[in-house]
Design a protein around this ligand. Structure first.
Ligand code: HEC
Length: 173
């Protein structure tokens, strides 16, 4: 009897889950989307590195990643503007030191993952970029509602002439 009701529940979930807001767009469905509907890009852990940075004002290390479209654009210098479909990711960790070599600053506690998704038409109001952030190891979406993007966009506006992007792809021989 128990198994049967579980089976029915499971069947109902399968039928109705496509109607739930969390499943509207493609992406990692195990993590709630950002308040503006952007979902966590599924394979970001496998994306190539575009650059890294170190903020000495808040002691954090950052690695800037890109999806395939972004990396192709970065390596061909096609970044102003970045093409539609490009996604930039930024992973942030608190500074830590290597126990075996204290002067080596390495990633410590994970702070958050941020993304900028380029779609010039869809995100025209924010420079053609959709912004999203997931906080901590639990990947909690940032922002009470979709207006959180004003905070992101506002701080990225000084680099409007670089298509709202601070990062310059790191040189590689
Ligand atoms: C207080 C200013 C500030 C705010 C607010 C801010 N950013 Fe940024 N962001 C920066 C700076 C400075 C960099 C480049 C330095 C670095 O690597 O951290 C950056 C870099 C990035 C990058 C890498 C691409 C690039 O532009 O270099 C992404 C992605 C990003 N931010 C997303 C976001 C998202 C999403 C939000 C809002 C949830 C946000 N940012 C809010 C200042 C800000």
């Amino acid at each position: 009897m128990k198994i049967k009701s579980n089976t029915i529940l499971l069947a109902l979930c399968c039928v109705f889950s496509p109607l739930l807001p969390h499943t509207v767009t493609a992406g990692d469905q195990s993590v709630p989307p950002a308040p503006n509907g952007i979902t966590l890009p599924e394979n970001y852990r496998d994306w190539p590195v575009i650059a890294s940075s170190h903020r000495t004002d808040n002691n954090t290390l950052r690695v800037i990643l890109g999806n395939g479209i972004a990396v192709t654009a970065a390596r061909s210098g096609n970044t102003n503007p970045w093409p539609d479909g490009a996604i930039l990711g930024k992973m942030v960790w608190k500074d830590a030191s290597l126990r075996a070599w204290e002067k080596a600053v390495v990633p410590g506690k994970f702070v958050h993952a941020e993304f900028m998704v380029k779609d010039a038409a869809k995100w025209a109001a924010t420079g053609g970029w959709g912004f999203a952030r997931w906080k901590g190891m639990d990947q909690v979406p940032h922002g009470a509602d979709a207006t959180f993007v004003q905070e992101c966009f506002g701080c990225h506006t000084p680099v409007k002439d670089n298509d709202y992007v601070f990062t310059h792809p790191a040189q590689l021989p």
